[in-house]
Design a protein around this ligand. Structure first.
Ligand SMILES: [Zn+2]
Length: 204
């Protein structure tokens, strides 16, 4: 049985992650380091299966203090995270203005918004500023929903807009971040607006 508040989805991912429990610490550390080497130089969808596998391994490695114990060498392109000493692997989300870029190992802020180079900060800030009110439609209260008249339609429109904004993150913002960081991950879904990765089309 799962713990309370855990979704069927969470339980499935927990099941997937069992494979890494069969790795000893050194093997897990080396697998992560090697995979990071293969992730290098690209912008990744958060939903990509290789990245999903990496994140599962990374989570376990974090729980087992594998980077803290320096069991594996950092791949040369990656510097050490101040938050958890893992290699710096940054995630761009719609919350970038408040949360900055997120650590894929411990889920803390890895790069504060203010520490992102200024030119990019402006562009990311403008994008997040557009995204905020769109995302908020999913969390409107009754009064706001009534005021909108047809809420289903407002929700549908917001979802379409979110798809467009997420595609922009993948096509425009992530490549720019990649010019300054070895690897970047971008969130390609919006669970509150029911936008799935397959709804977010980018030109390959
Ligand atoms: Zn961290």
């Amino acid at each position: 049985m799962g713990t309370e508040g855990e979704s069927a989805f969470d339980r499935l991912w927990k099941e997937y992650s069992l494979v890494f429990r069969d790795f000893d610490d050194l093997t897990l550390g080396r697998w992560l380091a090697q995979t990071l080497g293969q992730l290098e130089g690209k912008a990744w969808r958060l939903s990509h299966p290789l990245l999903g596998a990496y994140r599962l391994g990374a989570q376990l490695a974090h729980d087992k203090h594998i980077w803290f114990k320096r069991l594996a060498a950092l791949p040369p392109a990656y510097s050490e995270s101040p938050c958890c000493r893992a290699p710096m692997l940054r995630l761009l989300t719609r919350d970038v203005r408040d949360a900055g870029l997120i650590c894929q190992h411990c889920n803390e802020t890895l790069v504060a918004f203010e520490d992102i180079p200024e030119v990019l900060q402006k562009e990311l800030g403008a994008w997040a500023g557009e995204y905020g009110p769109v995302h908020a439609v999913a969390h409107w209260d009754d009064r706001q929903r009534k005021a909108a008249g047809d809420y289903d339609r407002a929700f549908e429109n917001a979802a379409k807009e979110a798809e467009r904004l997420l595609a922009r993150a993948g096509m425009k913002l992530a490549p720019k971040l990649l010019e300054i960081y070895p690897t970047i991950v971008w969130e390609d879904q919006d669970e509150c607006l029911e936008v799935r990765p397959e709804d977010v089309g980018i030109e390959a």
